[in-house]
Design a protein around this ligand. Structure first.
Ligand SMILES: [Zn+2]
Length: 332
């Protein structure tokens, strides 16, 4: 790969490294993992348009994730799923006819509009109601197309739209294979899955960052999805669990997490994560009951679980039990 280095005054070879970046949007610090191009000769950062575009996408994703807002690709899914154009859909919703066009071009919707779109994406029934109640606002052709798309969705198995996010597949796998799991426990299992997966494979299981909330590490998008369950176990229809896309090693590590941590209640798991360095370091200076959206650095999680693996001399995934048992005995 070649790019122009201002320092070398020449086209140079460059390599790419990941870098933690921060940007203030609407008064909020958004952290994300971006990329920078580095000159092979002099090792200074150089400008590459593709990388700038990549970073802008990552920033946009991170902002939307933090705010719980719908992404552009999810909005595109809506149009495809219901075979409807952006203009007729805006009209059905009673919005200005150019509203969705602006959102698809990158404008960020308000929370209220975003929630409406998320509901439509996930619930064909809601879309059907919207279509029937407001059909006089759109052309007969647009009505017919959307109506046919809804019929074929009803005919097929009632599956939700496939989510592209790895963490959603991990969540489904945990819910299917672990009984009586509460939102609190689910968050902790995700955290341990991320930590041990990194320690054993060198890779992160999913890209999402967790935040150091009062009750332990929390993955925000998952929190919003299941918060209505409160302290009760999550129960969903069976069809919500289909289409789990995980490979063998991912499943093996999740199985071990379920065996070794899934047996504890959310409260016990909370206490465990409170005893661990990544959460406690991130919350330095905060009171016990003080809310926080500080991100627990992936680097901290990586270091902590790497150290645990070394300290307990873990060779196999099943050795994770050495840690969970040890930690439980220390706390209780
Ligand atoms: Zn250079």
């Amino acid at each position: 790969m070649l790019g122009f280095c201002e320092k070398c005054h020449d086209m140079v070879k460059y390599y790419i490294v990941e870098k933690k970046m921060e940007k203030n949007i609407k008064g909020k610090e958004i952290e994300y993992i971006g990329k920078v191009a580095v000159c092979d000769e002099c090792k200074t950062e150089i400008f590459v348009a593709d990388i700038r575009d990549y970073n802008l996408r990552m920033l946009d994703d991170a902002f939307r994730e933090k705010e719980g807002l719908i992404s552009v690709s999810e909005m595109e899914l809506i149009l495809g799923k219901y075979d409807i154009g952006k203009r007729p859909l805006s009209l059905l919703l009673g919005w200005g006819e150019g509203t969705l066009t602006r959102y698809l071009d990158g404008d960020i919707p308000t929370k209220q509009y975003s929630d409406i779109l998320k509901t439509i994406l996930n619930e064909p029934k809601h879309m059907k109601k919207l279509l029937e109640e407001n059909k006089e606002r759109i052309t007969g052709i647009a009505y017919k197309r959307c109506s046919e798309a809804l019929m074929s969705i009803e005919k097929e198995s009632p599956m939700t739209v496939k989510s592209e996010d790895k963490i959603d597949h991990v969540v489904k796998y945990l819910l299917v294979n672990c009984s009586d799991i509460t939102p609190l426990a689910l968050q902790k299992l995700l955290y341990y899955a991320q930590g041990f997966f990194k320690a054993f494979t060198g890779e992160y299981l999913f890209h999402n960052n967790c935040e150091a909330w009062i009750h332990g590490p929390v993955y925000r998008s998952v929190y919003y999805k299941y918060k209505n369950y409160g302290y009760n176990p999550i129960e969903e229809n069976e069809w919500d669990y289909t289409d789990i896309e995980l490979d063998k090693i991912e499943k093996e590590i999740l199985d071990s997490i379920i065996r070794n941590f899934g047996c504890y209640s959310g409260k016990v798991l909370e206490k465990m994560t409170h005893a661990e360095m990544p959460w406690s370091i991130t919350r330095i200076g905060l009171g016990d009951d003080e809310g926080s959206d500080r991100i627990i650095e992936k680097g901290l999680i990586k270091k902590y679980f790497q150290d645990i693996k070394l300290k307990h001399n873990m060779l196999n995934i099943s050795d994770i039990s050495d840690y969970s048992i040890d930690l439980f005995n220390k706390l209780y």
